[in-house]
Write a protein that binds this ligand. Structure first.
Ligand code: C2E
Ligand code: CA
Ligand code: CA
Length: 653
């Protein structure tokens, strides 16, 4: 009681409020006669230190106007301080729990919610109403289910019940590894639960959507091509394997297509890298637009794309027409950086499971088909054919042997005469390559393309040029006038910046000059990518005295415009037209037209492949001056035979 009035001591209650003098427990007990049980009061000194006392007061009525009380004080300072500590810790904990973004929930053994933080209701917005202390987990989950919060739960009642049962089972005996949960708003939660010592099931739910998205980006980067967003080679192969694996007997067949852009290098060269990228992106977009939903479209790398068409019972012809239609649309003209481009593509088509049972085999065979598209195919699309494989292995065998033959000087040259159709006199020779392999002659129509493909064309041309110069020199040395020798040069040679120098140095030792040469180029050369270089080379050889002939005229793609830009001296009418000239109106018309074009451009004409007198006479009558063919002379390597030909030979009309 004194403390209540004493200046150095204050009597306070638990919340720190000062207790007025008449409210001091003993006084109140006296005044009211009430029992006081375990009231806690504090004695606070000037330095704000407390002693805590527990007060019990028991009033006794002694007689009518006398009341006594028994008051006991127990010093509970230690307990009180401990209690205060604990209280502030739990306050801290609950602040922490409310602050963390993760949802925290504890359920008792009966599955009733005994603790949760605000994040729980925030994360599960669609079941927030059901989240209350005492609510059962099952009911909370059901509320979420009813609002479609769990996409993984399925749509039917059965599916949802099964999902619920699984979820509750996982809750009852939580697994070591966290459980993933997908919410309908697109978020991913990770649930970690644990049974506490006291039997509570305590769980943390974390929003890992951002993590998932990052993981997804990494996965996409690994699976897709960065430039076009199409599936990459690795993923494409995996999808093929997966498709092949699930393919049952009788399921029908699907198709794998490898697409290759023709001359993509040109696009890059003319438009620069960005232009090339834009081109590839446009091709990817067009492929996507023109394929169906179930098709897989991939960029295998560089300018190579691929399609996986599902096993929808494709026949060879159906696959061919489907792919042809796609290629046609992808190859529509397109404008990039102010330029109009006309894309061209080659496509190789294989059917699975017929043409291959592994992804690797299918891709390889699709490549084989692309490779063989010169032989068959519509707008660049060709089908795989097992026979192609044999052809391919023959080609690679031949290429190895040809390399050897060129290195060992075993390819020979034969000269075939060109004849004046009006006078019957010898005019010139064409030099043709001859290769005898193990006793069999291999046609240059077979080995020249191989030389071109396996980068031996320059060596081959050089060899033929050297041998032709030597043969020509020997004929001259024996006093003959063999005329010019026409040399067939391949694109690689013609595009070589050193062409003129090289040719000069090959001719020189034999005393042969450009004036002794005619250079035969095919029409494809004219539309080649290194066209500019070729044109410059041809112009220079002409300046030095060589003539230029356009070979196989009428079979390629050269337009009349090319005839103007590429100055040539001679058109060689292809032998396929000559062959039909007497029996096919079309052939005759073409031959006449070529002769007329040549005449009006003031260019010479050579008809090749003349085998009959009547053909020769017809051509002569149309104004073709020079002819070449078995009728006059078969290609000949032996110098004595050539001498015999030159020795006063004349075609007698
Ligand atoms: P090409 O330049 O059109 O050569 C003419 C081809 O027709 C030669 O075939 C020749 O033997 C053949 N020929 C000539 N007269 C007749 C005839 O009356 N009837 C028939 N049916 N054929 C006749 P070859 O020698 O088999 O050469 C085929 C092709 O190979 C040549 O066609 C040419 O494009 C290429 N080639 C030949 N030698 C060389 C060469 O040294 N270098 C290059 N780059 N290509 C060559
Ligand atoms: Ca020729
Ligand atoms: Ca020809």
């Amino acid at each position: 009681s004194r403390a209540a009035t004493d200046a150095t001591w204050e009597l306070v209650d638990r919340s720190g409020r000062r207790i007025a003098a008449d409210e001091v427990p003993a006084m109140r007990a006296l005044r009211t006669g009430q029992v006081i049980r375990n009231q806690v009061v504090g004695l606070r000194d000037g330095r704000d230190e407390h002693r805590w006392l527990q007060v019990n007061a028991q009033p006794f009525t002694v007689d009518q106007n006398k009341t006594r009380i028994v008051v006991t004080f127990t010093d509970i300072t230690a307990q009180e301080l401990a209690r205060r500590d604990a209280e502030s810790t739990s306050e801290l904990l609950s602040t922490i729990v409310e602050t963390i973004p993760d949802a925290v929930a504890a359920y008792d053994a009966e599955g009733r919610l005994v603790f949760f933080n605000a994040a729980l209701s925030a994360l599960y917005s669609k079941s927030a109403d059901a989240i209350r202390l005492g609510a059962r987990l099952e009911d909370i989950l059901r509320a979420g289910l009813a609002n479609g919060q769990y996409p993984a739960a399925g749509d039917t009642i059965e599916e949802q019940e099964a999902w619920l049962a699984r979820r509750l089972a996982l809750h009852k005996s939580p697994p070591e590894t966290p459980v993933l949960q997908h919410l309908d708003d697109g978020r991913w939660l990770q649930i970690r639960e644990r049974v506490s010592k006291s039997g509570l099931i305590v769980g943390i739910r974390s929003d890992i959507t951002a993590l998932k998205a990052a993981e997804n980006r990494v996965r996409v980067a690994a699976e897709r091509d960065a430039l076009t967003g199409l599936v990459n080679r690795k993923t494409f192969a995996e999808r093929m394997e997966a498709t092949l694996e699930t393919l049952q007997a009788g399921d029908g067949s699907g198709a794998v297509v490898v697409l290759d852009i023709d001359n993509f290098k040109d696009v890059n060269d003319t438009l620069g890298h960005n232009g090339g990228d834009a081109f590839l992106q446009e091709v990817a977009t067009r492929l996507t637009e023109n394929c169906r939903a179930g098709d897989t479209i991939a960029r295998l790398g560089g300018d190579e794309f691929a399609l996986l068409l599902p096993p929808e019972v494709y026949s060879r012809s159906l696959a061919l027409s489907t792919v042809s239609a796609i290629v046609e649309r992808v190859c529509a003209p397109l404008d990039i950086a102010g330029r109009r481009l006309y894309p061209k593509m080659s496509a190789g088509v294989v059917l699975y499971p017929d043409d291959g049972r592994t992804a690797a085999d299918l891709l390889k065979n699709a490549d084989v088909a692309i490779y063989a598209r010169q032989h068959e195919g519509r707008n660049g699309v060709s089908l795989y054919d097992p026979a192609l494989k044999q052809q391919l292995s023959r080609r690679s065998e031949l290429s190895a042997r040809l390399r050897e033959a060129i290195a060992n000087d075993q390819v020979d040259v034969a000269f075939q005469a060109q004849v004046n159709l009006h006078t019957g006199e010898h005019v010139a020779f064409e030099a043709l390559a001859r290769w005898c392999l193990d006793g069999t002659m291999i046609s240059p129509s077979e080995f020249v393309p191989i030389a071109e493909e396996f980068s031996m064309a320059k060596e081959l041309d050089r060899l033929i040029l050297r041998k032709s110069a030597a043969l020509l020199a020997r004929l001259k040395a024996r006093g003959y006038e063999p005329g010019r020798v026409a040399i067939n040069l391949s694109t690689d040679t013609l595009g070589d910046p050193l062409l003129v120098t090289t040719v000069g140095s090959v001719l020189e030792p034999h005393g042969i000059t450009f004036n002794d040469l005619e250079i035969e180029v095919t029409e494809c050369v004219v539309i080649e990518r290194s066209h500019e270089k070729i044109r410059a080379n041809l112009a220079e050889t002409r300046e030095r005295g060589a003539l230029v002939a356009l070979d196989d005229f009428g079979t390629g793609y050269a337009s009349l415009r090319h005839l103007k830009t590429l100055r040539v001296d001679t058109l060689k009418i292809d032998q396929t037209f000559v062959r039909g000239v007497l029996r096919d109106r079309g052939d005759a018309t073409i031959v006449k037209a070529i002769i007329n074009i040549a005449r009006s451009l003031n260019i010479g004409v050579v008809a090749e492949g003349i085998e009959s007198e009547r053909q020769a006479l017809f051509l002569a009558s149309q104004g073709c001056r020079i002819g070449q063919g078995y009728l006059f002379h078969k290609p000949e390597s032996d110098i004595e035979e050539l001498v015999r030909h030159l020795d006063g030979w004349r075609w007698n009309r």
